[in-house]
Every structure is written in C-alpha cells, then in structure tokens.
Design a protein around this ligand. Structure first.
Ligand SMILES: [Zn+2]
Length: 64
C-alpha cells in the first residue's frame, strides 16, 4: 500500500488480501498473503474489512 502511494516502508506484517473470516483454505493460501507495514495494516485494511470507504494519499499529497 505504501508503494502504491509512492513511499518506501519496511514491511513487518503479513496481511490476508481477502479476509479469511475463519476459512482455513484462505488463511493458508500463499497467494492470499501480502506484506504490509504495521501502519497500513492497522489503519487501512481494518477499515476496508469493516466495509468503510478508505481514501489513501500519495507522496504528492493528492488522493489516489
Ligand atoms: Zn504501509
């Protein structure tokens, strides 16, 4: 997510691209994993998973 916005940030959190919601196949599928920084994971993904619209901003300050 940082890269999409033009930032380079070390990733330290593994995210499930499609929320697994207890589905073991999705939980263990390596194709469903993505590395994120802790800030993106907690701020952006959790809002998306709860169905709220997320506006992200690029390095130039404009919305993506
Ligand atoms: Zn990030």
């Amino acid at each position: 997510m940082c890269e999409e916005a033009g930032f380079v940030t070390p990733a330290n959190t593994v995210d499930h691209v499609t929320a697994h919601r207890g589905n073991e196949a999705l939980f263990f599928d390596p194709e469903n994993l993505a590395s994120l920084c802790a800030t993106c994971h907690s701020r952006h993904k959790q809002r998306e998973e709860h169905g709220r619209k997320v506006v992200r901003f690029g390095a130039d300050g404009w919305p993506l």
